[in-house]
Design a protein around this ligand. Structure first.
Ligand SMILES: CC(=O)N[C@@H](CCC[C@H](N)C(=O)O)C(=O)O
Length: 387
């Protein structure tokens, strides 16, 4: 696929961002695009219980194994502020994490193998619900990768704004953190602002809860370890002169090991219980890790990936440290060996999830080339492994 076609596809996807499990227009667009490729080697499959997902199998000419490639489809509840002429048509929703780029790269790679039959089978997984609702886990747990659709090794990318467009980056070991979604409800009693003694103010209880949570990473996590707890949503109260009888918080915690994540979860539960006792209120703490396991790259496959990318003259490879972003590809890599990697998209003044995030489309063509080269190499490598 030519660069201009990749850019046109990316711009169309960019205009139709949809939230997790609601990716209907995106699904229709992807399906139409995939159906426009030569169909000789392709089998397209949808999942009735995960209706926005699409799986495409490219039948290999002399298959020894099946290699999977995953691209996520969902967007974020962010009001786009890029000023782009092809900005989101969906009010309050934007591809602020670059999944439009991910899908475009996957389509570019798929279009190549639709014409150049691969040696091994390839399965492309267009996955709904990465930002929340763990679409990868849903697909795996419903048996999407069984029988004819079993995958032996799995690859997927995420775009990265602080690195030059088109560079490839990954590392041995953990690449992304494991996360847990945190929902907290504090329930006290509302009343008149002038009569606090007759009410139980959940804004005050929330302030204390948040302050105590800030001590967890500062005081309970070793200085050379890493963890983060962020509350991004807080809702309480209706008007200045009514004491808020309830409060609702939503946040996320992150750590590089499951042990660390379990520990952070327990500290949040403990602090919730402490707040309930000290403010004589009810505190409901709901923690949901879902499929957001730490993204652990498989040692052998990732070493091969890095060696290949470093040697390929068409690729600029940059080593990288782990980061605290999460990814439900962590769940899939927990079940199937593989490698997650970054694609640099050169937007260093912005960041993922920001309203003005605007990845450089110059990353698309080199991203597609690097992956086509690697998958072709992997198929030759796979055959040698089996000898
Ligand atoms: C790459 C990226 O930004 N991923 C998301 C993953 C969502 C994690 C989950 N919903 C949570 O908030 O715990 C991220 O926020 O890192």
């Amino acid at each position: 696929m030519k660069e201009a076609e990749l850019i046109a596809i990316r711009r169309q996807l960019h205009q139709i961002p949809e939230l997790a499990l609601q990716e209907k227009e995106t699904h229709a667009f992807l399906l139409k695009t995939i159906q426009s490729f030569p169909q000789t080697f392709l089998t397209i499959r949808t999942l009735p219980k995960l209706p926005t997902a699409i799986l495409v199998k490219v039948t290999g000419s002399d298959p020894q194994r099946t290699i999977g490639y995953r691209a996520d489809m969902d967007a974020l509840p962010v009001t786009e502020a890029t000023g782009l002429p092809f900005a989101s048509h969906h009010q309050g929703i934007a591809h602020a994490c670059g999944h439009d780029m991910h899908m475009t790269v996957a389509l570019g790679v798929l279009s190549y193998f639709a014409v150049h039959q691969p040696k091994d089978h390839l399965i492309f997984f267009f996955q709904p619900a990465e930002e929340s609702k763990n679409g990868g886990k849903l697909a795996y747990d419903m048996g999407a990768f069984t029988g004819e659709w079993q995958i032996d090794e799995f690859y997927g990318l995420h775009d990265r704004p602080d690195l030059p467009a088109g560079t490839i980056n990954t590392r041995l070991g953990t690449l992304f953190a494991g996360t847990t979604e945190i929902n907290v409800d504090l329930i006290g009693k509302s009343g008149h602002a002038a009569l606090p003694q007759n009410a139980n103010d959940m804004i005050v209880a929330t302030a204390s809860f948040i302050s105590q949570i800030q001590t967890v990473v500062a005081r309970n996590v070793g200085p050379t370890d890493s963890a983060v707890i962020t509350f991004g949503l807080m809702r309480a109260g209706t008007i200045r002169n009514v004491i808020a009888g309830s409060a609702h918080l939503e946040g996320t915690l992150r750590g590089f090991t499951q042990k660390q994540i379990n520990f952070l979860q327990q500290r949040i539960r403990d602090i919730g219980q402490g707040i309930a006792a000290s403010f004589n209120c009810e505190v409901k703490v709901d923690l949901n890790q879902g499929g957001y396991y730490p993204v652990e790259n498989n040692p052998q496959l990732t070493k091969d990936f890095i060696d290949f990318m470093q040697a390929d003259p068409a690729v600029t490879f940059v080593p990288t440290d782990p980061v605290m972003t999460g990814e439900d590809f962590g769940y899939l890599l927990n079940k199937i060996p593989g490698t997650m990697f970054w694609l640099g998209v050169n937007d260093p003044d912005s960041q993922l999830h920001a309203a003005d995030f605007s990845p450089d489309e110059a990353a698309l063509a080199p991203g597609v080339t690097a992956i086509i080269h690697f998958l072709t190499h992997r198929m030759a490598e796979a055959a040698e492994d089996l000898d």
